[in-house]
Design a protein around this ligand. Structure first.
Ligand code: NAP
Length: 251
């Protein structure tokens, strides 16, 4: 089968390897945000499709038989385009999303919020020096209201504009260890941690480090997956779902 994986995650790379091994023609698509991305096996294309219409055209031109949206849980626009373009092109779509941290043993101790305004308000209630780990593209929500206060920010790629003088920006990418994360939180003296519900082990060490130091955690809930989309949480389930959906599409 000709399969398009919308990627940019470890799950997407794992799925590409599994599908290529099984003999499928796999193209993985990356947004091109990261300068030195970890590349999946198989064919790789990099850059946006040019919106919803661009993705629809791409699916049709490449005679794609199944799409797996394995983008990060917060890549909302790409996921929304995938739902609409696949529906229009009558191509089966599977959403592969790693489990979140809702089942994490510490989850009930965190403050869960739905958006960045709520995240800021929740952080303001409990702390004065936030550690912001919600991603470079979310910083617009914090730049103005927190312009003059101390903020520790961790990002993967450099900022386009200089950060406010009172912000400390560190660049790093997981995986992280609890010991090093505890040392980082202690070194900077942050007193509240803000994070997305990214799930997985890559970036979860900060959560255990925060618990160890008694630092409160504010977690942004994930965007909902549309009910009509077949959603799975593992590579094996994604492979099974592709087979099932494709056979019912051709029946
Ligand atoms: P987004 O806001 O949902 O997407 C914005 C636009 O970027 C899309 O409309 C599309 O442009 C392009 N795009 C996004 N993902 C793409 C992909 N896999 N292949 C080709 N084009 C893509 O996405 P985002 O939050 O910026 O995330 C971009 C990428 O980084 C995703 O692949 C995601 O898996 C990865 N990532 C995101 C996060 C996060 O926290 N959001 C974290 C880790 C990794 P066109 O409209 O031109 O097609």
């Amino acid at each position: 089968m000709r399969i398009l994986i919308l990627g940019g995650t470890a799950e997407a790379r794992e799925l590409a390897a599994t599908l290529v091994d099984a003999g499928h023609e796999v193209t993985s698509s990356l947004a091109g945000r990261v300068r030195d991305p970890r590349l999946p096996v198989g064919i790789v294309r990099i850059g946006g499709f040019g919106g919803l219409d661009g993705l629809h055209t791409w699916l049709t031109a490449h005679r794609v038989e199944a799409v797996v949206d394995a983008t990060h849980p917060y890549a909302e626009q790409m996921s929304s385009h995938a739902v609409q373009a696949c529906s229009r092109a009558l191509v089966p779509l599977v959403r592969l999303e790693r489990p979140g941290w809702a089942q994490h043993p510490l989850a009930s101790e965190w403050t869960w919020v739905d958006n960045h305004d709520q995240a800021r308000a929740a952080a303001d209630r409990v702390g004065r020096y936030p550690f912001l780990t919600t991603g470079r593209q979310t910083l617009e929500h914090y730049l103005r209201p927190w312009h003059d206060r101390q903020v520790l920010v961790r990002i993967v790629e450099p900022l386009d504009e200089p950060a406010p003088p009172s912000w400390r920006v560190i660049r790093d990418r997981g995986p992280y260890e609890v010991g090093a994360q505890t040392a980082l939180l202690r070194e900077h003296g942050v007193d509240v941690l803000l994070t997305k519900d990214s799930g997985g082990r890559y970036t979860s060490a900060k959560l255990e480090a925060a618990a160890e130091l008694g630092v409160p955690v504010v977690v942004l809930r994930r965007p909902a997956i549309p009910r009509e989309v077949t959603a799975v949480t593992s590579t094996a389930a994604a492979v099974a779902a592709i087979v099932t959906l494709s056979s019912s599409a051709t029946a």
